[in-house]
Design a protein around this ligand. Structure first.
Ligand code: BGC
Length: 448
């Protein structure tokens, strides 16, 4: 792979780092914010969830912005929004301004969760596209882990302003980086700037016959048919949208963020008595999440998207079923405590090389260029709605249905996801973006 492409993808992946950091950091910071501002429980919960509302707003608008001003500038704007949000939150005089700051941060996350994978998949050569978009997921997990570490480091002094404010550093790097990064060649063709687009393709591919082949397929894909909302009349676009939205929602409703956001509470349910043991276990979860993403980076272009999804989802199912079974006991005595902890690690580890990266990858692949911005925006919006719903209702579900039933629900949704992937999702490994098609048989028309 050319170092140039890796550099471009890495800078864009900083959007993922900020996504992970800014969603993870609040779990530790909220303890001290609540004390300083004397927040009641409801306001506390809102301070946590307002960021997700911002994410929805950002994701809903990002596709249209990326189609209008380009992928590169949209990511640059995302960096500026992250910067503003971090500064407002860190210097806030009161809880209302803090809410505004966190909402702004959410818009940044929403923007980057649409445009970073979109941009990376559009600059990546087909043979390494999976690895490069998985790098984005890797950056999300590094961000989450960094957030846990920063929270831990500043917790002794309760310095929550530092926790929220440190996001300024990656934001500045993202803004600086995007100033010098190239525009996506696909976007350049889309807006009719073929000369610059060809230059970009030549920088991506060492071999001119490859870039020629790619150019031809991009131009062909743009030459016919409608774009924008009008395209929704085409059955294949509606099908792609159905697949994208479903995958995005399934990524969330199989429960990942119960562990990412509520890990310490779940550890307490599993019998951990001290806060520090729970926080340590949570850091371990963060490290497993990060480390296991590397498996996707190495294998997603070799063995393909669907096999990794099957293996990962099967592992998630087994782990959740074990957790649900352990939770049928009122107290997790003897070996049940370690089994519950181990199951959570296996669950997160399996997500990290399958549903985590591959959903972002697939939704950046399955839409034709003329509707890619819109398709990704809607799918990503659905992802944030799913995220919001799960994180809002998790504790209530545990209270009303019980711990065991709650985890059985997530486990069965893993099976639903396997069936869905088998029936509907195309294998996109090493396909040129423009030749990827969806059809109801779950095969790509070009390869089938
Ligand atoms: C998901 C996030 C999740 C993260 C965990 C991402 O792919 O979209 O909701 O928190 O993975 O690593």
């Amino acid at each position: 792979m050319r170092a140039y492409v890796l550099l471009v993808a890495s800078v864009a992946a900083l959007g993922g780092l900020l996504f992970g950091y800014d969603t993870g950091v609040i779990s530790g910071a909220i303890l001290f914010i609540s004390k300083d501002f004397g927040l009641a429980t409801r306001l506390q919960a809102f301070t946590i969830s307002v960021v997700l509302i911002g994410c929805m707003a950002g994701a809903a608008s990002a596709g249209a912005v990326a189609d209008r001003i380009g992928r590169r500038l949209t990511l640059l704007v995302a960096g500026l929004i992250f910067l503003a949000g971090a500064l407002i939150s860190a210097f806030t005089p009161d809880e209302n301004v803090l809410l505004a700051g966190r909402f702004v941060v959410g818009i940044g996350i929403g923007f980057s969760s649409v445009v970073a994978p979109l941009y990376i998949s559009e600059v990546a050569p087909a043979e390494v596209r999976g690895a490069l978009v998985s790098l984005y997921q890797f950056a999300i997990t590094v961000g989450i882990l960094a957030a846990y570490a920063v929270d831990f480091a500043f917790s002794a002094g309760g310095q929550w302003r530092w926790m929220l404010g440190l996001a300024v550093i990656p934001s500045l790097v993202l803004v600086g980086g995007m100033l010098v990064m190239p525009e996506s060649p696909r976007y350049l063709f889309k807006i009719g700037n073929a000369t610059r687009a060809r230059d970009e393709l030549a920088r991506i591919y060492a071999d001119s016959s490859e870039s020629g082949r790619e150019e031809q397929s991009i131009v062909e894909s743009l030459s016919t048919k409608s774009a924008g909302w009008e395209a929704l009349r085409e059955p294949s676009i509606r099908l792609a949208l159905f697949i994208g939205i479903s995958l995005a929602v399934l990524q969330q409703i199989t429960g990942i963020n119960t562990v990412i956001y509520y890990g310490p509470q779940i550890f307490e349910m599993a019998g951990f008595t001290s806060d520090s043991a729970s926080i340590l276990a949570q850091t371990l979860v963060g490290a497993v999440n990060c480390g296991m993403t590397l498996i996707a980076i190495f294998f997603v272009d070799r063995i393909g998207r669907k096999p990794l999804l099957y293996i990962g989802l099967a592992g998630m199912f087994v782990a959740l079923a074990a957790l649900a079974t352990a939770f049928t006991q009122v107290r997790l005595t003897g070996s049940l405590g370690p089994i519950a902890l181990g199951s959570m690690m296996v669950y997160v580890g399996c997500f990290a090389f399958s549903l985590g990266p591959i959903v972002w990858l697939l939704i950046s692949e399955i839409f034709p260029l003329r509707v890619r911005g819109m398709g990704m925006s809607l799918s990503t919006l659905a992802n944030w709605v799913g995220n919001f719903a799960v994180s809002q209702f998790f504790l209530t579900m545990v209270e009303k249905l019980g711990r065991s039933a709650t985890f059985w629900i997530y486990a069965s949704l893993c099976i639903v996801t396997i069936v869905f992937v088998r029936a509907m999702v195309p294998e996109t490994k090493r396909e040129l973006l423009e030749t990827i098609r969806v059809d109801a048989g779950g095969r790509d028309a070009a390869g089938a």
